[in-house]
Design a protein around this ligand. Sequence first.
Ligand SMILES: [Zn+2]
Length: 462
Amino acid sequence: MVKSFMTKETDNRFVLIGGTLIDGEGGNPIRDAAVLVAGNRIEEAGRRDAVNIPSDAGIVDVAGKFILPGLIDVHVHYQGWMGELFLAHGVTTVKDMGNDVEWISRVAGEINGGETRGPRIVYVGNGLDAPPPFREHHVGLESSDAARRAVRLLSEHGASAIKVREKITPGLLAAVCEAAHELGIPVTGHLGHTNAREAALAGIDGLEHATGVVEATAEHSKPAEPGLNDVQQFIAELKAFALIDLEKAEDLIGLLVERDVALIPTLSTWWRMASHRREQFAVEDAEYTRIPELKYLPEFIRQFLAASFIFNVADEDDSRQIAAGYEKIRRVIRRHAELGGRVLAGSDTIYAVPGLSLIRELVVMTDAGFSPMEAIVMGTRDNARFIGRGESLGTIAAGKIADIVVTAADPLEHIANLQSVEMIFKDGSEVDRNYNPDYGISTAAPNLTRPLWLERRLQDTA
Ligand SMILES: [Zn+2]
């Protein structure tokens, strides 16, 4: 087979030949295609008879198969055990949305430097919030000046985007956006206090989980429910989506599109309990706990996958309101896309099977009315652009980095056919799709003792 191309030599040159090319741009697929790879780059791609195939290039016959760009997930919470699973499902790049910057920068260095197998990682570092910080890796900003300094410090530490959190105020958000945009990096948020309209006006670039839409359009404001645990809080948040006034949303969506604010609805995690695929997902997840080579799954993940417990809502009234919320948010994202706005694919992988999670996000996007081709473009080209890597990743074209997925079945027929992955290339090298029982990263677990690195640096520079 193609094991001989698993080399890192720069003279590594091979051609994938005879498959159907779905290049990530959204145009008609190209049958009987050829994709020529040299080193870590795609040298040429197109119809077989239009590609110059050097005589010394290795031939990889992919007749009857489908060639796509490596998948990109723009919302994950990376943990050390996840790398092989992302790769094995064809996800070659991830954007980490929730880790201490000191830790994730080291993990990204370890994997991006080739020391350990895993997807290419880009990251936001610590979530920025109004004080006091809500989770252990979030950092509270005492002033607009602190906001600007925090953005610069994160950027210097390799963050390629900034994430703001639930309690951020419009004023702090404006300072964050101004500083980030000066550095050429985008800002996205998991909002709460600031609504989507205020956030758009403050300059935000993306709304994670489509948060802030309820607060900007609800008929009644969401009643405060103190004393809820995390799962109850989550259910309350989902139920609130049922309050969206779709007429008012029309105005909001117009503003979001005008300001080019992307929606990253993370449907497959947030709305899994409302999806008709809930049972099927639970069965699939449980199967992963029986794969002997995955003995390295952390125990809490194993338990979670075995039972999918948070996706079973006991209360009928809760279920009904969540179903109504799901329908509302699906209409909002469809309308956003119809008006020319960007809807992007993020899985919010925390307790999910990494990689399968992104494929599911694309599957439920098609449930929401997007075509399989639109879903593929979201998970490749559009996501690449959103993470600032549109020049090098996300499509199969001359000059791009050779991140390539080959599937046995046609994802344009059923998007879930992305699960029929047969070959994956990252940086021009074929990825070993086997799970290694000893898999792990060498970077130690994050040390989240306060003050965190960012807090210390903010104090030093005050
Ligand atoms: Zn998340």
